[in-house]
Write a protein that binds this ligand. Structure first.
Ligand code: NI
Length: 168
């Protein structure tokens, strides 16, 4: 099955989906494993480092990651249970906000608790790029896009580019 990645285009049905808070996954069964596999495939096809359920129209609390130097991971019903005081700035993009890249400030290290596709609970401490990807994907489950987290100047720059993109 090919799955379509929804793009944020302002006032559209896709945007309505991307802005919703995702519901918990109730059962980690074969259907969910298939969806996770499809999401991993779509993430790899688009050379992304992460993809969340709402981005493919699946409004459940699941995301997949493949940060540079890390394995492919599946996070189901995740909670970010700790974040470091130290913050880091780094450039982010999003498969649902194509063409926009901007610096986002986020906690540098986090601890996340979740279930994997086998239904096994795990806790992971992450830093660097993996911590960033997890926070970005977690935001998608809350209906938040990275462009919401930019500084005022960063947002102006990103939005002016977004306007240009919408014009073509
Ligand atoms: Ni994204």
């Amino acid at each position: 099955m090919e799955i379509l990645i929804l793009e944020n285009k302002g006032d559209s049905e896709n945007d309505r989906v991307l802005r919703q808070k995702a519901k918990p996954v109730k059962d980690i069964n074969n259907d969910l494993r298939k969806t996770a596999q499809d999401m991993i495939q779509a993430m790899h096809d688009d050379k992304g480092v992460g993809l969340a359920g709402p981005q493919v129209g699946f409004l459940r609390r699941i995301f997949v990651t493949h940060a540079e130097g890390d394995d492919t991971r599946v996070f189901i019903n995740p909670s970010i249970i700790w974040t470091s005081q130290e913050q880091a700035d780094a450039e982010e993009g999003c498969l649902s906000v194509p063409g926009i890249w901007a610096d986002v400030k986020r906690p540098e290290r986090i601890k996340v608790q979740a279930w994997n596709e086998k239904g096994r609970a795990f806790t992971l401490e992450a830093s660097g790029m993996l911590a960033r990807v997890i926070q970005h994907e977690y935001d998608h489950l809350e209906g938040i896009l990275f462009i919401d987290r930019l500084s005022e100047t960063g947002r102006e720059k990103a939005l002016s580019r977004l306007e240009k993109r919408k014009a073509v």
